[in-house]
Write a protein that binds this ligand. Structure first.
Ligand code: UDP
Ligand code: MG
Length: 307
């Protein structure tokens, strides 16, 4: 098998037929010496996606699928795909045609030039809200600034990777997946191509703000300890300030007798200290919740059916 294409699916009934046509239209002329396969992962869709995929699989032996028992999330769906690929090269692509299948030959060409990862970087994004573009932009830059590994900015999971990379990914059993970060962590020779990200072809985004926030926190906690260190540093800074103010308070009370019934300062310091403490505890909590998820060692996903 030369090429495996992983396609996570969450309520994509409007896009599956067109996606399949366009993928075949691109992959057939590539004249790969071997063959290729599609692996659809139905991530608990509530529409007719599963039926569409099953029909494709019945018609076309290159189509395989996995049906999850419920919605486990995009990153887990991709992971299930990675667990099942057999190709020497593996493409990860969104189902909504925001990642143009027409870019695959160019990505694959780069891979054959001796790279292990060729990712597709968004030059522009169409049809997405200003808020989504802004939060994504800020997130990638924040992450890049607080982590030691170089995670490319403005890059999703659309990419082609070699078998070596897939094998490395499969050795990383972490529960809270941030696959684009894991691939950067793995290393090897990586390169990128730029593209203009189209509008979603049909249907609606499956990434709610809640899911995006979770992905962002998964990425940050998995690839940076800076937030924890910031909690420590802010603790020291605030304690230092508090100590100075304490000395002044004692001095005013005992020697200068120049003190007021200090309601304002009292409120301010209590509120400020309370805020810093809660934020710090919250940051620690984010790490601990992920620690405990990994300690529980549940399977990453439950399969209801596969073919
Ligand atoms: N997706 C998924 N599970 C989810 C949400 C999304 O498998 O819980 C899939 C979705 O079908 C698509 C890809 O992940 O193939 C990207 O999702 P989407 O297009 O909704 O995200 P956006 O492009 O808006 O960030
Ligand atoms: Mg999309």
């Amino acid at each position: 098998m030369d090429l495996s294409v992983i396609i996570p699916i969450y309520n994509e009934e409007a896009n599956i037929p067109a996606l399949y046509e366009r993928l075949c239209g691109v992959l057939d002329p590539m004249a790969l010496p071997g063959s290729y396969e599609f692996i659809f992962i139905n991530d608990g869709s509530r529409d007719k996606s599963l039926i569409l995929i099953q029909n494709l699989a019945a018609r076309d032996e290159r189509v395989r699928y996995v049906d999850f028992s419920r919605n486990f999330g995009h990153q887990i769906a991709v992971t299930a795909g990675l667990d099942r690929t057999t190709g020497e090269a593996v493409v990860i692509i969104d189902a909504d045609l925001q990642d143009p299948p027409e870019l695959i030959p160019a990505l694959y060409q780069k891979l054959t030039e001796g790279y292990e990862v060729v990712y597709a970087r968004r030059r522009s994004r169409q049809g997405e809200s200003a808020a989504k573009k802004l939060t994504a932009r800020l997130f990638y830059r924040l992450l890049a600034s607080i982590t030691n590994i170089s995670i490319p900015v403005d890059t999703g999971d659309f990419r082609v990777v070699s078998r070596k990379v897939v094998e490395a990914l499969r050795q990383m059993p972490e529960q809270n997946k941030f696959i684009r970060g894991q691939i950067s962590w793995i290393g090897y020779r990586q390169t990128y191509l730029e593209y203009d990200r189209a509008e979603r072809a049909g249907g609606a985004t499956g990434y709610t703000y809640r899911k995006m926030l979770r992905l962002a926190l998964d990425g940050i906690t998995a690839f940076s300890d800076v937030p924890l260190k910031m909690a420590t540093v802010s603790g020291f800074v605030v304690s230092g300030l508090a100590f100075v103010v304490m000395l002044y308070t004692l001095y005013a009370r005992l020697f200068s007798h120049d003190y007021q019934p200090g309601w304002a300062s009292l409120m301010v310091s209590i509120l400020f200290l309370g805020g810093v403490q809660l934020i710090s505890v919250g940051i620690i909590g984010e790490y601990i919740s992920r620690l405990s998820a990994n300690v529980r060692q549940r399977p990453l996903y439950i399969v209801s059916e596969e073919a």
